[in-house]
Design a protein. Structure first.
Length: 142
């Protein structure tokens, strides 16, 4: 499948309107990380662990399939243990669908949400400590 989608309905005397898979993935990613209970977007399992993508790499984890005027997605997420996983996944689906359809004019056929991991409070605290230590070490090097 090509990287771009031509929305035939929008071809006029002015020309055609094209929406790339990456644009759809960006919209889905930005809406996903806004949902309360989403810790991050994953790139999948690597050697038994789950990699949470940084904000600049969020699109890497989202798969997009496009047909004429239609789109389907798979969004792999990591959720917070303290929030209901099913409700978080449903909210991701609703927000992503609404935004993609509103912003692109494409019809969203389905959005599969794969919950690939759950973070606990202790894990999140430990990650924050490690990130702070790395940041301090980087500042010392400068």
């Amino acid at each position: 499948m090509s990287d771009k989608q031509v929305n035939k309905e929008d071809i006029s005397e002015l020309g055609s309107i094209t929406v790339s898979k990456e644009v759809v993935a960006i919209i889905a990613a930005l809406e996903t990380i806004k949902v309360k209970g989403v810790v991050g977007i994953s790139s999948g399992h690597k050697a038994g662990s789950i990699e949470v993508l940084s904000k600049k790499d969020l699109v890497r984890g989202i798969e997009v399939w496009m047909k004429l005027k239609e789109v389907s997605l798979t969004i792999p997420i990591i959720t917070d243990y303290e929030i209901g996983i099913f409700m978080v996944a449903q909210e991701v689906q609703k927000r992503a669908k609404r935004s993609i359809e509103t912003m692109t004019g494409l019809k969203v056929l389905k959005i599969d949400v794969n919950v690939q991991g759950v973070k606990f409070k202790e894990e999140k605290k430990e990650e924050k400590k490690i990130k702070k230590k790395i940041k301090k070490d980087e500042e010392k090097i400068k």
